[in-house]
Each structure stands twice: as structure tokens, then as C-alpha cells.
Design a protein around this ligand. Sequence first.
Ligand SMILES: NC(=O)c1ccc[n+]([C@@H]2O[C@H](COP(=O)([O-])OP(=O)(O)OC[C@H]3O[C@@H](n4cnc5c(N)ncnc54)[C@H](OP(=O)(O)O)[C@@H]3O)[C@@H](O)[C@H]2O)c1
Length: 277
Amino acid sequence: MKFFQDFDSGVGKTERKPFSGKQALVIGGTGGIGKEIALLLAESGARITLHGGSSRERLALTMEAIHERGGEADGFLWQIDGVEAIDRIFSEYSTCAARAAYISRNERFISGGYYYPDILVYAYGPFKRAALNETNAADWQFLTQQNLTLPGATVSRVLPSMLERKWGRILLFGGTNTDAIRGFATTAAYSAAKTSLGVLAKSVAKAAGGAGVTCNVICPGLTDTEYANEAVRVYNRGKSPTGKSLSSKMVALTAMYVLANRSINGAIIPVDEGVVV
Ligand SMILES: NC(=O)c1ccc[n+]([C@@H]2O[C@H](COP(=O)([O-])OP(=O)(O)OC[C@H]3O[C@@H](n4cnc5c(N)ncnc54)[C@H](OP(=O)(O)O)[C@@H]3O)[C@@H](O)[C@H]2O)c1
């Protein structure tokens, strides 16, 4: 496939799937954009560990969809609240990774007893709409913790293993229109946190780009995921410059291009059809 031609291993020149032998952890991978990326990564040869919030059904359905396409996947649920969630996520990931036969042939053991993935997609990012004067301290704490502190601390946690392997891919998600510093009427706290992810991605690129690690931020437009109710879908279409919905799959296809190309690093990429919110 064309978007894989720049991939480090020379994909495009060989029959090998581009992410064969790679392990991916998709946080928020059981629904929405994360799920679509998990499906495409699995089709591209990566072994997937899915993280989901609370829906055992969505976890099972996503695993089933991956298996039906001939991919390998396992997964776990964990409701992300405070920073202690990070330890839990890597404990669960390590259990999944250790169970996989693949691991016994390719040891990815890092000090402290944890396994870490080659590819980290941090998709989960909760949203709350409120005017600035109606955004209280708890909202600020919640939205910045979920959308900046936790992705940031997760990146810090996986980076040493990627540096050691001299290969890694990290993909983060901004908000709609958070590819530059802007003002937002009803999403200031969420958007402030999401805009800051650009600093995180550029910092990884600066620190680890030379060691084969990339980190980028995709800023989706208003996307019709399975979580969007009819009112949200109508709102999204009304805002869309094309008058049509943006699907999770459309965002995921760009995500795959970004993950496959080592030349894209520290980038903040709108995938929004030019929408202005
Ligand atoms: N959708 C949009 O229009 C849009 C626009 C701009 C930016 N974004 C950003 O793009 C990213 C993906 O968004 P999305 O709308 O596809 O999905 P999302 O709602 O951010 O994520 C869905 C995933 O997160 C899991 N999850 C939900 N609540 C959780 C919790 N409390 N703890 C842990 N995991 C939880 C879900 O599992 P369960 O199903 O089990 O709950 C599912 O796997 C986010 O960072 C979002 O901010 C989205």
C-alpha cells in the first residue's frame, strides 16, 4: 500500500505486512477512532492489546473483528481516573504480552518487571462542553489530567523501552482545531490540554527522533463515532464544510499513514476537512 512505502523496514518493496512483529497498545481501542486504528494496525501485521473503559461487550466485539480479519489481539478494561491508572495499564499490558507466545521468542523485558509496546496509540480523551465562567476547578483538573497529564506520563513511561529498541511509534489525539493556539467558546479546558499535546510530541521528536521514535498528534474534526447520538450527528453535519459526516475510519486511515512514515515526527495534523468550530 502506498502509505507504507517510507516505512523503515523497506515495506513497499517486500510482501511482508508493514507492522509484522510489532506490538501495539491502543488506549481507548475498543470504540471510536481508537477501534478503527486497532483494526487497521492488526491488518497491517501488528499484534494488538486493546484497552477499553467499561464495556466488556465492545472489547469482545473488537477482539472478534480483529480475529476475523486474521489478526492477533487481546485486551483488558480499566476505567482511567487518576495517575495510578498508568501503572495498572502497564501491569495489564504486561500480563497480556507475557501470555503471548510471540514474547517468548522476542524478549521485551524492561527493568521493573513490565513489558512495553513498540506502538502506543493513546486515543481516549474525554470532553466536556461548558463556558469558561462555568468551568470549575474540578472540571479543569479532570480535563487536563485526562487529556494532558495522563497521555504525557504514559509517553514518559514507554519512551525508555523505545529508545532501547531504537524504534517506536506514539500517536496522540488533539481536539478539533487544537493544531494551533486558539480561543474556544465552550471547550477552553479540554482544548488547552489538547493543544499542549503538540509540545509533548515535539519534545519526543527532539529527544528520540534520532533513535527511530516518532510521536505525532492528530486533531480530528467532529467525528461520528458510535458514541455520538443523533443530535450530535446533526450538529457535526451542520458544522462540516462538506455537509457530510467525518468517520472514525477516515481519521484512522490518516493515522496509519502517520504511523508508517518515520519522516513525520513532532507533527500536529488536522484531519478535519477544514472545519472551524
Ligand atoms: N469524536 C470526535 O468528534 C473527536 C473530535 C476531536 C477530537 N477527538 C479526540 O479523539 C480521540 C478519540 O475520540 P473518540 O470520540 O473516538 O473516543 P473516546 O470516547 O475518547 O474513546 C473511546 C474509548 O475510550 C474508552 N473509555 C471511555 N471511557 C473511559 C474511561 N473512563 N476510562 C478508560 N477508558 C474509557 C472506551 O471504552 P468503553 O467503550 O468501554 O467505554 C473506548 O475504548 C479522543 O482523544 C478525543 O478527545 C474526538
